[in-house]
Design a protein around this ligand. Sequence first.
Ligand SMILES: Cc1ncc(COP(=O)(O)O)c(C=O)c1O
Length: 385
Amino acid sequence: MNSLFPTYQRFPIELVKGIGTRVIDQSGNEYLDFTSGIGVTSFGHGNSRIKAAVLQQLSNIWHTSNLFESSLQEDVAKKLIPDGSYAVYFANSGAEANEAALKLARKATGRDGIVSFQNSFHGRTFGAMTATGQPKIRDGFGSLLPHFTCGAYNDGSRLTELITGETAAVILEIIQGEGGVQPAETAWLLAVAHQAKQTGALLIVDEIQTGIGRTGKKFAYQHSSLEPDIITVAKALGNGLPVGAMLGKKTLVESFGYGSHGSTFGGNPVSLSAASIVLDLLHEPGFLEEVQAKGDYFRAALAQNIAKSPHVETVRGEGLMLGIVMKEPIKTQIRELQKQGLLVLTAGKTKQVVRILPPLTVSYDEIDQAVAILEDTLLSVKIGE
Ligand SMILES: Cc1ncc(COP(=O)(O)O)c(C=O)c1O
């Protein structure tokens, strides 16, 4: 792969076909895909209903630009927020959705300050990168945006110093995904929301990894009584077709008027034809309860079979966003798991967390198979090899 910038360290596997939870590589080896393309193919590879809608859209029109009406955008916006309490701006990715959120917050409040948290991940564009609380993501790119402050996640002790009358917005993840499948404590979330409200700062919840059903709720903040001003989503919204969205409370609509922001491809018909069916599938009666039930089952199996290992610190997460926190970095184990037919991710500052994001459509039988491979590999391979 000499023609590409080596921005990714790639595994020596090329995936050429996907069906449901299963993917097949160029040599015909089959794997259980418990990465979902980093939390994207939540409704399974090659989902037939999504495929039919996309093929239909391809046969109608591929691109129109945002200079023309789009009933498809209206339709997906309504499905994202059925009660109409938020307006939607469509982007192409998570970073773009966050970029829109940060711009909207500054415009609506007339303030500059942005507060984010250590170990967070919000994307690679300048605004999203400046908000990202990981030096390894930010280093080497010169001056970042001014007036961004980074606080300690799950630490309520200094919130009054952190979030002030100069703060336009606070941005946070309900479970830090790249940061190590690290859930926020509800009391801390509510304290942050309270301080934001007291000071007139907007609360941006980055649901790019946690949203669209991943944790057993449509949005992960719905596990608490939080009421974000802005929500960002991407990843699973298109089940693999690129789309992101920024959802802002209706009171913010005036601040994002004509000409204030835009994107050539944002909300393109092909991606939105997928998003429309994704949201239909998500809203099917019992679907989210089933995600929660499968997550509980998976977590209990991990706790029973894997947490007992001396190499394992803990198992954490919510719904089908799970992390096995190991005592040491786990690169070799990830390769070993691949050889046994299971694809998972790493996460955390020192890559000590096995991050597990299966499709939400995963079967109990596939969960059992994954647990057996994880048990076999994580308990037998020597750490640090
Ligand atoms: C929480 C969160 N925010 C933002 C992003 C950036 O999304 P994208 O890669 O689509 O720009 C990611 C991607 O991993 C993410 O997990």
